[in-house]
Design a protein around this ligand. Sequence first.
Ligand code: GAR
Length: 200
Amino acid sequence: MATEKIKFAVFASGAGSNTRKIIEYFKSHELGEVALVVCNNPKAGVLQIAEDAGIPSLLIEKDPFKTTGYLKELRDYGIRFIVLAGFLWKIPPVLIEAFPQRIINIHPALLPKYGGKGMYGMAVHKAVLEAGEQESGITIHYVDEHYDHGDHILQEKVGVDPQDTPESLAGKIHVLEHRYLPETIEKIIRHLIANERSKS
Ligand code: GAR
């Protein structure tokens, strides 16, 4: 029996290197499909990545996002799962309720350290270096109503060298992210499909 693909959205605010990897990974995948890229920044590189891949994008604004979560638009695109890949804004309760345990985030540090409001991208790596940490890494976790807070799905570590700069550390972290985020999404999609089959 052919399974209908799980359509998912990637929310991203920046350059979009993770989004690019996710799109490549799921390009001809039999189980999942990037059906929409959601972005809050009209200048973000991720919009070009979506366009080049022929994937629709949705540019969102803060106030309607807080109140409606753009839920109608997400439903119209058949979205069943959401990946935050470098997304800046807090996810409103309306979306958390509509997608329970169906929203995941990638954070470029070993949560619960170096998470929370303002802890985004390079700010995270600067904080890790200033604290003299000997290791950092990535955390993939479910999203709840607090920043960088929900249940962890995966953590992977990388060593911090004395000569590391925020940029070099970001590079090491991106290698981990690009390797583990697409395959973690695939595992979750496989679970979703298995759960649905067991209920039907
Ligand atoms: C990634 O490193 C991601 O972990 C981070 O933003 C970067 C986006 O890079 N996310 C956060 O800091 C969330 N708090 P990209 O645009 O190249 O994918």
